[in-house]
Design a protein around this ligand. Structure first.
Ligand code: MF3
Ligand code: CO
Ligand code: CO
Length: 323
């Protein structure tokens, strides 16, 4: 207890992370039936919204099936310029949705607000009818890791909600996500959100020409695990551009086999999903909603990144972020 804290601050453990560790331990040792009692309850899902016909749509908008194309990993200057714009639009929608998160607001209301904001910006919500997904955004509450479907459940004080936003505009996609607190949240949840954001930041810091894709997970995994948190393996970051999901895969854990070299002009997402406990997931019978196997909470942050001649450009950067 009088030893220096494990976090490397140089302060004594009992003055640094001890009380938070104890809170997290208490949270972790909750009996499963208490956790089940607190689990996210499904609400009603409204039918798919429509997008005005003058807005350009991706290949799958009508059929649900993306066209089978394999574009080059390295983007042209013109594509990059368009991706800067798509990234900005995604960011505007994420900021708008984030500002509306509050106790009593339903995720359906967030979805509707996002839909109107996309349209006002001349963009198509990339998730809409993507492999049959029926909503404009993904909203993942508490133990939901990713791909939560917006519904009529009102957010409750103390919840955390990840909002994942992907805009299709000028023929390309921009993808970003953030986890927001709903009113006042407990300290373990606040820690989970802060650590997850730092994981994204560390991942982005590993991006530069001649680095390898595995360097991203190599930076993220030890940091998350230092806090006893889990790094989700079932879902990974992805190449992005004229196609929503393409090569390369971007694991957030250390995967030795991810040896692809980062070349200037490659664009991909980094989107770590970090769990309070077990990193493994189950999928609800809606075939989308991924929840942690132990029903402990998960958080996620995501940015769309471009490898430049000297390092990285973050295409979905927020006003207060400096990458
Ligand atoms: N935006 C998510 C990602 O980061 C993908 C959502 S696909 C959906 O890759 F169909 F679930 F919406
Ligand atoms: Co996303
Ligand atoms: Co993504």
């Amino acid at each position: 207890m009088n030893d220096p804290c494990w976090c490397g601050s140089g302060t004594k453990y009992k003055k640094c992370h001890m009380s938070l560790d104890m809170d997290i331990e208490r949270e972790r040792s909750l009996p499963i039936d208490e956790r089940v009692a607190k689990t996210v309850v499904r609400g009603e899902v409204t039918p798919m919204r429509s997008v005005p016909h003058d807005i350009d749509r991706p290949s799958y908008a009508e059929t649900g099936v993306p066209a089978d194309s394999k574009p080059s990993l390295v983007k042209t200057p013109d594509e990059i310029e368009r991706m800067r714009y798509a990234g900005k639009v995604a960011r505007v929608v994420l900021d708008t949705v984030g500002a509306a998160v509050a106790p009593g607001v339903t995720t359906e209301e967030l979805d509707k607000l996002a839909h109107e904001t996309y349209i006002a910006n001349g963009a198509y919500p990339s998730t809409l009818n993507y492999h049959g997904f029926t909503k404009t955004i993904c909203t993942s509450v508490n133990e939901v890791i990713v791909h939560g479907i917006p519904d009529s459940r009102p957010l409750q004080e103390g919840d955390i909600v990840s909002c994942d936003i992907t805009a299709f505009v000028e023929g390309v996609h921009g993808d970003c996500c953030a986890t927001f607190p709903v009113g006042a949240i407990d300290d373990p949840s606040a820690r989970l959100i802060a650590v997850t954001y730092e994981c994204l930041r560390l991942g982005i810091e590993a991006v530069r020409p001649a680095a390898r894709m595995r360097d991203i997970g190599k930076a993220i995994q030890p940091y998350a695990e230092k806090f006893g948190f889990g790094v989700v393996r079932q879902f990974v970051g992805h190449g992005i551009g004229t196609v929503f999901h393409m090569e390369p895969q971007v694991p957030h854990y250390y995967d030795k086999s991810a040896t692809l070299e980062m070349l200037p002009g490659i664009t991909f997402t980094i989107e770590p999903m970090i769990t309070m406990g077990d990193y493994r997931s189950n999928i609800w019978d809606d075939d989308w909603t991924a929840v942690t196997v132990d029903l402990q909470r998960a958080a996620q942050f995501e940015h769309t990144c471009l490898v430049t001649e000297t390092g990285v450009e973050v295409l979905t950067k927020g006003a207060h972020e400096d990458f």
